[in-house]
Design a binder for this molecule. Structure first.
Ligand code: ATP
Ligand code: MG
Length: 396
């Protein structure tokens, strides 16, 4: 993301007689000197004006006033100034009203720290005191928090995910309104809740945010709530985890969920994520030996590294390093089953028994022996070993 290219977009809008600003999260992060995410632009130009002015545009959400402008290989979301519409279904405003004032647009945003606009000269338009709240480390709803949470209850989850990311506190009135309206989370789709919850899990202050959820009893309105989560800031080290899957696994393990695959169903993640998370949880519970070549062969370096980080998360000392695992992996005679010198057909041709589960079992035994180096990955030697086994069986 580049500011100068965003400036070019703004310049072009202005040259056409429209008002335009960089707005939202990026202004907040700029003032906090944090790494910047996507650059959003708000403008008085209508979507059709934006499409006319720029060569390359993608109409991603015309009905909400959003057009993506491609500028020198980068994308910018350009959204027409909006007024807060009526939220009849607790999901989306039933009508979107475009407006020509940046102040009105900022007034519909969720929190003061997200309701600032960057002017072209580098100064900040801040009608709701966002800068002051940044200094005081406060998350405060724009306007009346009760009304804002009732308009869109997802904002309650957003408050907690910003708390988790920034380590801020909730302003008193905002906190009270959140506690009083928690039940409205029932109205929000699981997908939208999950998206904010995953961002919450990724925050450096996740533990505080989870504690907050318990305190405000928000958990009873989340999928599979209430949670049996014990907040334990002294032990859990969220910063050691490096992926969304690892964070889910840590969360589920800390609650002692016995069947993570089933548990996750209510949160509607992709099937792939459900599988990956439950694999991690199961493997963690197996307490794998990180230096064991078969363990490394079967699970792969990435998954084992994830389990290592989970061990560290729970305060365990891990004596194996990733470097050591890499070295063991490098030395493995084979890295996947297709590299084995024999396959199921070879076994059947040699043993001359009707096909059955024995083929897979024998293959796995051979694979294990090859991986541990007790059998050479060579068709002749494997054949010889099978013959010896059969003889031993006949004799025994
Ligand atoms: P991040 O850096 O994590 O993306 P962000 O502040 O950019 O944080 P987004 O979810 O990308 O958060 O939203 C962009 C902006 O849109 C917010 O800063 C806020 O001004 C506004 N916004 C988003 N969702 C809502 C909402 N539910 N109600 C009101 N304003 C919202
Ligand atoms: Mg954003």
């Amino acid at each position: 993301m580049s500011f100068s290219k965003a400036e070019k977009v703004i310049e072009q809008l202005k040259n056409n007689g429209y008002d335009a600003y960089i707005v939202g999260g990026v202004v907040r992060d700029l003032l906090l000197k944090k790494p910047l995410g996507d650059i959003d632009i708000a403008t008085s130009a209508l979507p059709e004006d934006v499409q006319r002015i720029f060569e390359k545009t993608i109409p991603v959400g015309i009905e909400h006033g959003t057009v993506i402008v491609r500028m020198d290989g980068e994308s910018y979301e350009v959204t027409t100034f909006r007024k807060e519409g009526k939220y009849e279904d607790y999901r989306h405003p039933s009508e979107v009203e475009f407006h020509d004032s940046i102040e009105v647009d900022l007034s519909r945003r969720d929190f003061t720290i997200n309701a600032m606009a960057l002017r072209q000269d580098g100064t900040v338009f801040d009608p709701f005191g966002g800068k002051k709240d940044l200094e005081k480390k406060l998350i405060r709803a724009v306007g009346n928090p009760q009304e804002r949470f009732r308009e869109d209850p997802l904002r309650m989850m957003r408050a907690l995910r910003f708390l988790s990311a920034l380590g801020f506190s909730l302003d008193n009135e905002t906190y009270k309104a959140l506690k009083m309206n928690a039940e409205l989370l029932n109205k929000i789709s699981v997908e939208r809740i999950r998206e904010e919850f995953e961002k919450l899990l990724a925050g450096l202050h996740c533990e505080e945010a989870l504690q907050f959820i318990l305190e405000a009893e928000l958990d009873q309105y989340l999928p599979n709530g209430p949670f049996e989560f014990e907040v334990n800031p002294a032990v859990f080290k969220w910063e050691t985890l490096s992926s969304n899957e690892e964070r889910w696994a840590a969360f589920l393990l800390s609650m002692g969920i016995s069947n993570p695959f089933d548990w996750l169903h209510a949160w509607k993640p992709s099937n792939q994520k459900r599988k990956q998370v439950s694999h991690l949880v199961d493997l963690y519970r197996d307490d794998p030996e990180f230096k064991n070549p078969v363990t490394i062969y079967k699970n792969g370096l990435e998954r084992l590294s994830s389990v290592m980080r989970l061990k560290q998360f729970f305060g365990n000392q891990v004596s194996t390093t990733r470097k050591e695992m890499d070295a063991i992996y490098e030395r493995l005679p084979i890295h996947k089953r297709s590299e084995l010198a024999v396959d199921g057909n070879d076994l059947q041709a040699q043993v001359k028994q009707p096909p059955g589960p024995w083929i897979a079992e024998l293959l796995e035994t051979i694979e294990c022996r090859v991986v541990t180096g007790t059998l050479k990955n060579d068709p002749g030697e494997i054949k010889e070993w099978i013959t010896q086994c059969n003889q031993a069986q006949e004799n025994g």
